[in-house]
Design a protein around this ligand. Sequence first.
Ligand code: TYD
Length: 131
Amino acid sequence: MNIQIIAIPKIEERRGNLSVIEGDTVPFEIKRVYYLYDVPSGAERGGHAHKNLQQFLVALSGCFDVVLNDGKEEQIITLNKPYEGLLIKSGIWRELQNFSSGSVCLVVASEVYIEEDYIRDFEEFKAFKIS
Ligand code: TYD
């Protein structure tokens, strides 16, 4: 699977670090930003694919695993750095798991929230990939 980890520019100072995601950091126009936090130990998020939406995931704090499936193979990516993120193109099934205590997952998205863009059933996802 062609996994793309994108570096987020980091401005390091003795006062602390600053990273910025702007127009040219991700290969899509940013339409929405949301974040997952207070995820209880053992909980899983995601469990769906998108028909069109692209997302860029960043572990702003802590760490978690992203299980990706393109309909052919599965790959697990651990995110644990606030200065790099995972690009998830459309048509990829994702599950987020093993959230560490206090972790925060930032999601930068290419579209506004549209429930019709979701595929929430894995069998439906496999059928979508074949069609
Ligand atoms: P969901 O996409 O299932 O979360 P995750 O994939 O992270 O587990 O969304 C959870 C709920 O939040 C669901 O009722 C839809 C709602 N929601 C919005 O209203 N707007 C949004 O931008 C997102 C991402 C979710």
